[in-house]
Design a protein around this ligand. Structure first.
Ligand code: PMP
Length: 401
């Protein structure tokens, strides 16, 4: 099997909704990946901030094998221990009493949050421009990216979008009719956009004053990605009503969670919402292994340490294509001085590094949380050559073709 063969078969069998060409990967270990031609890559995409522990981590392999070998799936007519244990564990990490609904993806976690909001008896929702919450129709209605939304209108209604990071605009949009406000602590898909200090705290105050639920979409930022268990925990005085999780939570298996606190925890009543695989014991066993391993291997500290190393190392390169680095933990955006991120992505791949370009001028890094120093160092050493290969930047800081 070669890259070319797999690409041809892919073109004949799979819908082309993700675009082409894509790299056919066949094996992974830690932060390393191999394609079908045997080329090796260092993974700074991490399954889009999903592979907290990298590829083929023994703790995940062991937990998943043990669980599938004893009890794979039972349906929600019955119960099993892994989802109970994972919910208890999550609530401990949040340090609050609450209730968890398990599903299979980030979009679904946000759908449940949307429905919980509607069960308050109010319909109006406030979300942010540039926000990304998933591709199902409800999650898409919350998303604030018209190019992704417009072909599918009408979407579920009564959603107002406001500029991200602007507390005044938020205050003006939220009324006594607002059911929920949904915000990402950092906008990942929009290019690792970090809001001004105090924004989440202001959002908490605004929602508390009007009785709206504050939903934090931590699908991309949660479960250690930003160096704390949940990104909002780095912001004093912010206690959300609902937090949505997915991606890293399953350590590579499909697993999402809607975690609700206070009155929001009791709004879903029997018969109102569900999904066949929600709380699947195998996915939840993987989730427990992720949380255990982050704790046992000190990966929050590793995340913070390597974040600093990468951030300072990249800025110290002093390359004309680099403006600055933003983000938190191992969710970093290299902001370029011109729109050459797709070219950087391509040049990086050719040099053996997988990165991603969520915006024309932003290169996103989201490696596994157990990234090693030598792996971060390898990227830092290769980056000047990768940036040079991505093309020239003219005198006024804008890149030319
Ligand atoms: N919310 C955020 C913040 C995301 O980054 C994503 C995925 N990129 C989603 C929701 C949707 O998650 P999924 O693709 O698992 O549906």
């Amino acid at each position: 099997m070669s890259n070319q063969e797999l690409t041809q078969r892919w073109q004949g069998a799979l819908m082309n909704n993700y675009g082409t060409p894509r790299l056919p990967l066949v094996r992974g270990e830690g932060a390393r990946l191999w394609d079908a031609d045997g080329n090796e890559y260092l993974d700074f995409v991490g399954g889009i901030a999903t592979n907290a522990l990298g590829h083929a981590h023994p703790a995940i392999v062991e937990a998943v094998s043990r669980q599938i070998g004893s009890l794979g799936h039972v349906s929600n007519l019955f119960m099993a221990e892994p989802p109970i244990a994972l919910a208890e564990r999550l609530l401990t990490l949040f340090g609050r009493e609450g209730r968890v609904f398990f599903c299979n993806s980030g979009a679904e976690a946000n759908e449940a949050a949307f429905k919980i909001g509607r069960l308050t008896g109010r319909t109006h929702v406030v979300a942010t421009h540039g926000g990304f919450h998933g591709r199902t129709m409800g999650a898409l209605a919350l998303t604030g990216q018209p190019a992704k939304q417009d072909p599918f209108r009408p979407l579920p209604g009564d959603v107002t979008h406001v500029p991200y990071g602007d507390a005044q605009a938020l205050a003006a949009a939220v009324t006594e009719e607002t059911a929920l406000v949904i915000i990402e602590p950092i906008q990942g898909e929009n290019g690792v956009v970090v809001p001004p200090a105090g924004y989440l705290k202001a959002a908490r105050a605004i929602t508390a004053a009007t009785g709206a639920l504050l939903v934090l979409d931590e699908v991309q930022t949660g479960v250690g990605r930003t160096g704390t268990w949940f990104a909002y925990q780095a912001h004093e005085g912010v206690l959300p009503d609902v937090v949505t999780l997915a991606k890293q939570l399953g350590g590579g298996l499909p697993l999402g969670a809607t975690v609700a606190f206070g009155r929001a925890a009791d709004l879903l009543q029997p018969g109102l919402h569900g999904t066949t695989f929600g709380g699947n014991p195998v996915a939840c066993a993987a989730g427990l292994a992720v949380l255990d391993t982050i704790e046992n291997e000190g990966l929050l500290d590793n995340t913070k340490r390597l974040s600093e190393r990468l951030r300072h190392g990249i800025e110290a390169l002093d390359h004309p294509l680099i403006d600055y680095v933003r983000g938190a933990g191992l969710l970093l955006g290299i902001v370029l001085t011109g729109p050459r991120a797709p070219q950087v992505q391509q040049a990086a791949q050719e040099a053996g590094f997988l990165v991603n370009a969520p915006a024309p001028d932003v290169v996103r890094l989201m490696p596994p949380l157990n990234l090693r120093d030598d792996e971060a160092g390898a990227l830092l050493r290769a980056l000047p050559g990768i940036l040079d290969a991505a093309g020239p930047v003219d005198g006024d800081g804008r890149s030319g073709e």
